[in-house]
Write a protein that binds this ligand. Sequence first.
Ligand SMILES: NC(=O)c1ccc[n+]([C@@H]2O[C@H](COP(=O)([O-])OP(=O)(O)OC[C@H]3O[C@@H](n4cnc5c(N)ncnc54)[C@H](OP(=O)(O)O)[C@@H]3O)[C@@H](O)[C@H]2O)c1
Length: 185
Amino acid sequence: MIGPHRIEGYAIISADGMIADANGVMPDAIRNDADQRFLQTALDHAVAIVHGRHSHEGGPRAARRNRLILTRQIDSLAPDPTHPHSLLWNPAGATFGAAIDALGVGTGVLAIIGGTEVFDFFLPIYDAFHLSCATHARIPGGRPLFAAIASRSTPQEVLTRHGLRPGPPRTLDAAAGVTLTTWEH
Ligand SMILES: NC(=O)c1ccc[n+]([C@@H]2O[C@H](COP(=O)([O-])OP(=O)(O)OC[C@H]3O[C@@H](n4cnc5c(N)ncnc54)[C@H](OP(=O)(O)O)[C@@H]3O)[C@@H](O)[C@H]2O)c1
């Protein structure tokens, strides 16, 4: 918890732990309608979402959501002229607490949605991580969920090292082989 906020991560990975291909594009092999429904519903209940400058959850309700966008193009905090309800945030110049205060959101979940560096940044403080897996997909040479995956750790090992434990896996889409496991402290 950071103050009154729960920190929860959301990602869908390939069987080899990737969130995107080598060019930073999320391939169709890890896009799934059931996972999108799960994600969009969860984000509707979050008080704010947090992501890097190259990520975005999309969908028709995106413009209504409060968000922090990580970037080094500003010194600390700045309004985002292109997204309503958004703040640009450079953690080198402002703490997470200061960024959340500036965004002005109430008690509840802060949803962390990537990419790699952002997922890594929050590893010490996740209360939960909702990890979907497209078990039929592999993306050799892709962008890993966490940087340590590039040096052969699995996502599960990284989450375990940070004190999280898996709940029972759920099937989101049996035909597509998409599962969801929530890891929690
Ligand atoms: N499968 C999934 O669940 C999932 C989740 C998220 C993203 N993705 C996909 O992954 C791809 C993009 O991933 P990505 O890792 O390249 O992008 P990203 O994290 O969205 O964006 C990277 C940018 O965020 C900023 N940033 C990240 N960490 C920062 C920090 N600690 N301090 C300040 N700024 C920071 C920097 O912006 P500046 O360059 O402005 O400084 C950096 O260039 C997209 O295809 C996206 O769709 C997939």
